[in-house]
Ligand binder design. Structure first.
Ligand code: FAD
Length: 499
């Protein structure tokens, strides 16, 4: 059993974990760190998902890191390009050598006397148990289970003679050329898969229980293309990034303040791209308001083009049962299929399934309140990365990393060792994620809560968070800085409240 100590232990080598390590290198170069990664590769989501057409639905000027310009001409990028970007960033910033692959973190125990976490991991490749200690634990473990995607009960599925596949576990040998494909679902994955598979399939049907808002956006950014002609990438990147941040913020705020107007605009835009006489209300007009669930982006309207060309179609109905040849719907219609893809979502998983204890007591996440959307009440020297639900994940991940570095420097400056968020003293608590998507509603009760006001409130607003997390005070009513108990016995306690 190996054991050693680092200042900061990062869990996960996906987009967030690599970004976190780079921020440490840049802003706290004297800190020692390691990254524990359960899998054998860098990239997380962008390495795991291999279905046809896998891509971002955010623009890469905001899904990319603040410190490393995205230079690829495509603003909405393919999974391969994103994976390469994350890997190249890890290499460029000297992070790759700090990653310990095949290390799944199972448990972390905080001890106030020594101001240390003891972290227990299991090596998936050698079945060895590994114990490390660290002063600060920083989880970048994403938000869903890697081992199984979500599949609802599919009546009669056993009788189906074709193949049923989940996008999270795409079989490398699956050839859909000339095949009849049914994609079950209407989220980001379904709207990506349908046009991509329709390029070679006989026909692709998107079978949805209810519609989602789908918006066509250009896959290239006109401003970026123009500026790149006479400015270096480093100068273009922040300009386009802020342009996209402001547009996305305005879009979200408009959806919240004038949902009916935005609903009408989205409907009109979809109608304009669909064939004449298409039943846009049945297939593209959701019952919920825009941004109650994430909007689905289709680059250059590829989904609408596939529908217009007759290579794909949308059916809005529910499944009665699978049959040997396909799916029978509640309306009685039969959908013949050779391949059925269950684009039915993810299983949420907080903190990569890790258990936390604080001085011997297990932390029940549902009893904790998130502080600035990145720390947990009552859990010392701990940060987690949860990205925005209404904007690119990395925007928030970058801010969390910046804030962690600020905290670490503050501790060093003040000679203190411990930072502990506190729960608000009153006021209503709400779920930490405000989306009403099925995958959120299935798990939200087990997740931390958010408070009614700052610093416990998640505003889902990047410009506001920039002020709070890059420039805001580190000491406020929601946090306590202190000494390790062992250190306190030799030196009097010093509080930094008001620093
Ligand atoms: C198909 C798909 C498309 C998406 N598209 C977008 C998009 O366009 N824009 C956007 O903003 N967001 C998108 N997202 C959300 C996306 O997950 C984030 O953008 C981003 O990739 C999250 O990065 P992460 O590093 O935080 O998490 P992940 O990418 O999930 O990486 C987490 C890493 O932590 C490791 N890990 C987990 N638990 C443990 C453990 N206990 N021990 C050790 N290691 C562990 C995992 O193996 C993994 O490598 C998408 C998600 C999916 C599934």
């Amino acid at each position: 059993m190996a054991s050693d100590h680092v200042d900061v232990l990062i869990v996960g080598a996906g987009l967030s974990g690599i970004g976190a390590a780079c921020h440490l290198r840049l802003n706290c170069p004297d800190k020692t760190y390691a990254v524990l990664e359960a899998r054998g590769a860098i990239g997380g989501t962008w390495d795991l998902f291999r279905y046809p057409g896998v891509r971002s639905d955010s623009d890469m000027f905001t899904l990319g890191y603040s410190f490393r310009p995205w230079t690829d001409p495509k603003a909405i990028a393919d999974g391969d390009a994103i994976r390469a970007y994350v890997r190249e960033t890890a290499d460029a910033y000297g992070v790759t050598g700090h990653i310990r692959f095949h290390h799944r973190v199972l448990r972390a125990d905080w001890d106030s006397a020594s101001a240390r976490w003891t972290v227990h991991a299991r090596r998936d490749d050698t079945a060895e148990d590994v114990v490390l200690t660290c002063s600060f634990l920083y989880t970048c473990s994403g938000y869903y289970r890697y081992d199984t995607g979500y599949t609802p009960d599919l009546p009669g599925a056993k009788t189906f003679t074709g193949r049923i596949v989940h996008p999270q576990h795409w079989p490398a040998d699956l050839d859909h050329t000339g095949r009849r494909v049914v994609v079950i679902g209407s989220g980001a994955t379904a709207v990506t898969l349908v046009p991509a598979m329709a390029e070679r399939a006989g026909h692709v049907t998107m079978l949805q229980r209810s519609p989602t808002y789908v918006i066509a956006l250009p896959s290239r950014d006109v401003l970026a293309d123009t500026l790149r002609r006479f400015l270096p990438a480093k100068a273009v990147y922040p300009v386009v990034r802020w342009k996209n941040v402001l547009l996305a913020t305005a879009n979200f705020q408009a959806s919240r303040r004038a949902p009916n107007l935005v609903r009408r605009l989205l409907r009109r835009a979809a109608k304009g791209r669909l064939p004449a006489g298409y039943d846009v209300d049945r297939h593209f007009s959701p019952r919920y308001d825009p941004w109650d669930q994430r909007l689905c982006v289709v680059p250059d309207g590829d989904l609408f083009t596939a529908l217009k060309q007759g290579r794909a179609s949308v059916v809005t109905d529910t499944i009665d049962t699978f049959t040997p040849d396909g799916i029978r719907l509640s309306s009685g219609e039969e959908l013949p299929a050779d391949i059925v893809v269950t684009a039915t979502g993810l299983n949420l998983l907080a903190l990569g399934g890790m258990t936390l204890t604080v001085d011997g007591t297990e932390v029940d996440l549902a009893d904790t309140v998130a502080y600035k959307g990145m720390m947990l009440s009552g859990v010392p020297n701990f940060a987690m990365t949860i990205g925005y639900t209404n904007a690119s994940w990395t925007l928030k991940a970058d801010l969390v990393a910046t804030y962690v570095c600020r905290l670490l420097r503050h501790l060093d400056r003040t000679g203190l060792q411990i930072v502990t968020p506190l729960a608000p003293s009153g006021g209503a608590l709400e779920p930490i994620i405000d989306l009403k998507s099925g995958y959120v509603l299935r798990s939200v009760d087990a997740l931390p809560k958010q408070g009614a006001s700052a610093p416990w409130r998640l505003h889902q607003n990047y410009p506001r968070d920039v002020l709070l997390m890059r420039h805001g005070r580190l000491t406020d009513v929601g946090v306590r800085f202190s000494r390790a108990a062992a250190d306190r016995s030799s030196t009097p306690e010093r509080s930094t409240a008001g620093a």
